[in-house]
Write a protein of this length. Sequence first.
Lengths: 452, 239
Amino acid sequence: MLTGSMGVAALIASRDLFASSRALAATAPPAAPAARHFFVYGIPGPAPGPNSSVQAALPPALQQPAPVAPVQVAAQLAALPVQSPDQATLALATVAQGSAGATLTLTLIDAVSAAARSRGVLPLPGVPADASITVTPVFSADSTVVALVLAITLPSNARTITKVNPLTGGTVALPGATWTSYHALAYFDLSAASFSGPFDLADRPSLALSTAAADSSDLYLWTLKEPAAVRSGKGDPGSAPVPQLTVYPLGSGTARLATAASSEWPTGGEPVVPLAAGGIARLVRGRDVEVYSASTGGLTQVTLGSLAIASAKPGAVSMRARPDGTVLVADPAIGRAVVADPADSFREVSVISFPAPALPIGGPAGKIALSADGGVVYVLGGAGAGGLSAYTVATGALTASYSDGEQYSGVYVLPSGTVLAVRTASPRLAFFGASLAPIGTADTDLNVTAVF
Amino acid sequence: MAGFDTASTVTSSLRSTSDSAFGQPAFWIRYFSPCYYTAINSSSSNANAECEQIWSSGGHYLGCVTTPTQSRLSGSSAEGQADAVTFVNAMISVYDDVGPLLLPSNGILYCWLDQEAATSLSLAYWNGWAGYLNGYEFNGAYPFFPGLYCNPNSAPPNCSIVDSASASYCWGVWSSEYQVCKNSVSSPPAWDSESCAVVATKLWQYADQGVCFSNDVDLDLGASGFNTASYCFNVSSNP
């Protein structure tokens, strides 16, 4: 469900905790006129309720500490929202299914107005009502095209099965079926506000999970044939399928390149970054960067030695491009972030060490945030002190910290430069200036999963 | 009976240092795709190498956990199902790759979904994920029994989902709390796990890396009457 504008959405109660900053506002210059909203994605709770939703609000600033009031933009989303590389647009996907087939709706939300700037409807004829459909929106690097990777999973041989409770000996009747997945592509051209596709990739049986990235001309798609369906069983490792990288010109369902990828299965969770120096970088195993040639699909691999530290617990590893063409790769579970230079074989340019936070994974995906100029990295405070810390990327030096004992679960830098930290309990949103001076807090009724 | 779980690959070094520090485990629980670090199924050679160490460790049983991208756990039924498909295929791939690896003799393989403390679980996702595992036929049986690893007392939805009458059957909770830091698997602490209202806690992670020690494993204890090793793959001989 998508609301047409913010005005018709439910208003979420917000606490006014900005009194301490109001004195600054009286003497501050007015804010820039085209302030961008930020968007909060999550689910209400704790009781089972509607699916994932998105709310929008204007961020506060030290000079303008207005109350923050997130309002609902959309609900019942089919996928995690995706922000365009220029941060001007948020892409939301919903899927409706019925006896006549399925319909995918892509809505593009303008970050300034928080209203829909464009919307496209893509019929998926012949897809039955009991199919499972996942959607992965991928913006082109120039933010002009949204590629949609669809995984369509069809049931057959539906039946009722029974299982025996291992402790009670009682039986439980459960639904069973055989499921088979394939992929399809579609493209939404923002300037024409129109879809092309869907293009059936005819790759059944495949795992529904895939990994995708795009530059300004091509879509890069990692997929894997379903091992359980194509392997011959025990003792024949040679029958194991190999992940494939397939490259499609944007707008096309015909591959211009297909090649074997590494053995790492695509899960949609590996960070993937188009490189300014050319090629696509994919981070696997939390420490190894695979670089695929855009022209040949050829693979080179580099291990980031500073991240090659064992851990019993997983961390939310991330990789993002910096404005100067280098990349920041971070693993909060081991308290490390590395700047590497793709133009120099991923040489480690700087290493930032910080105390591992209490929540290095889970909840909001953002465990580390980068300032717009790429010069400062914000991390969750250590498990003992909590709060937030800021480090200079070039030197790895701690430049600012804030701690009130709170164990934040996520940190983001909003387009305005305001730092947003997320808590798991109300008030869930805490705002800070670039130097981590607290601005105030606000609330949302969503358990926050991501912020854009 | 107590054992280890780890996101690291089970190497000779990890096995020997863990056994020395905590005693011989009754089982090892490892991460399968989708997960954030190296999955045991990342290659046939890796699966065999890890199972060789698990065999050598004495507690020659391999448990299964998966950590999908955590934001997806707030998502749709289709997203839950997609993650489950990869998890099942990862388990079957390791089973196929490691010759001496056997399914549990009781036909019940517990399969854990990792919901970290700050992650929100939606009912739709759980039903897609658990529904697929519950109904998956393998070798003429239905051996996959879905369970939830979580922090039951944390604020985001977890117990309220799997306890729901609308939830696909959850066969147990693996609780990450409380921490008691009794650093031994041969002499584990008295049972003191958090729990949900309806679904019983079957496994308890009682001592964690970073909280209790720096070794690259966490320590886990099965509930009374739940012999965890019996619900794991059996590395029946040295691969």
